[in-house]
Each structure stands twice: as C-alpha cells, then as structure tokens.
Design a protein. Structure first.
Length: 204
C-alpha cells in the first residue's frame, strides 16, 4: 500500500450519523479513528473521496437523517483539499478534477455508481488507484455499497473496522464475513496508517 496509489473512501461521515445525531451510529471511539485517518491522508497526500447522505424532505427517510442543507448533514471532518459533491443523477456533465475531494451523494440508499453520472464520478475518483481504504457509518448500507463498487473495479479493498459502525451488529457480522470471502482486508485504522508510513519510509 503506497500513498500515491491509495484512496481513502469515507462513507456518511456526517453529524447526524455521529454521537448525538439523528441516527447515531458512530461512537466517539469510531470518530477518533476516522479523524486519525483524515490526518494521515493530509500528511501523506492520499486521495480522498466517498459518499454522503443528502436526503430531501419527501418522502421522509427512516430514520430521519441528513436532510440537505441541515446542520446534521454537515461533515464531521474535512479532507485537506476542497470537497466537490456530485449529485449522481443531475451532475453527469460536471467537470471533474484532482483539486477536489470527490463525494457522490448516493448516501445509504443506492450504489454510488448506479447511474451514469455516479459511475463517471467513481471512475474518476478511482483512476490509477490500486488500494482503497473504506470506513464510515452504515456498514450494511452505504459502506457495503462502496465496497461493492470498488470490488467491481478490481481494486484491493481494505476496511477499517474500528473507524466504522453498523445499524445492525448481527447483519454487519454477516456482511464482514462475506467481504473476507471476497478478499477484502478487514483491518484497523492504526494498521492502515502504519503500512502507509512504512511504505513512505522505504521509498525515501
């Protein structure tokens, strides 16, 4: 795993899915590991992007969370570069670049690459990537759909278990067991950071 060919892909790292939010999946310990991964990405220049939830009011999402432009939909942590959020339906012609961290607003409800616009955004985000580290809220929802999108592209996928949370622990165990059968590396944030630091030191 090398910084130049690694993607950190965070999923629904937003206030409504953190402690005190409308759908509080992430515990404070999960949030600490997420912030450690964001700091690592900033320090090593790792590409970042991912998925956000931005629901509208009708029909209401159950449980209610992350309504567009609400305080709950705001991010817990920000990448070192500006964020560009792509609507997976309407933003098909939008100019994509490497100056932004690219996020697809497919949320927990759909695969990020299920539409032409979403697939274009995911392809841009993953171009030249060999390894991807996935983490965030909703292991059996948006996180699972992010992992599937990476595996479809034959990208080596690592899942930071201690920087993630699930709504249903029993279902999450089944999802993780299936990922292991599909060669996903289930690991920790500290191990990811250690591997990237070691690779960087070896390169010097």
């Amino acid at each position: 795993m090398h910084a130049g060919s690694t993607l950190f892909l965070d999923v629904c790292v937003q206030h409504d899915l953190a402690a005190g939010g409308a759908w509080p999946l992430l515990a404070p310990a999960d949030e600490r590991e997420i912030r450690a991964l964001f700091a690592c990405a900033a320090r090593l220049g790792i590409r970042q992007g991912g998925i956000v939830c931005l629901h509208d009011e009708t029909p209401p999402c159950v449980p209610a969370h992350c309504h567009a432009d609400s305080a709950g939909s705001a991010r817990l942590a920000l990448p070192a570069v500006p964020v560009m959020t792509i609507d997976p339906v309407r933003d098909g012609g939008r100019t994509l670049d490497r100056a932004h961290a690219l996020y697809v607003a497919s949320g927990c409800a759909a695969a990020p690459d299920a539409t032409d616009a979403g697939a274009r955004a995911v392809a841009h985000l993953t171009a030249g990537i060999r390894d991807a580290v996935v983490f965030g809220a909703g292991l059996e929802y948006g996180v699972g759909r992010a992992v599937d999108a990476l595996l479809r592209r034959r990208i080596r996928t690592h899942f930071a278990l201690d920087a993630s949370a699930a709504a249903d622990p029993a279902q999450a165990q089944r999802v993780v067991a299936d990922w292991k059968r599909r060669t996903v590396d289930v690991t920790t944030a500290a191990m990811v950071i250690r591997l990237l630091a070691r690779a960087g030191a070896a390169k010097v």
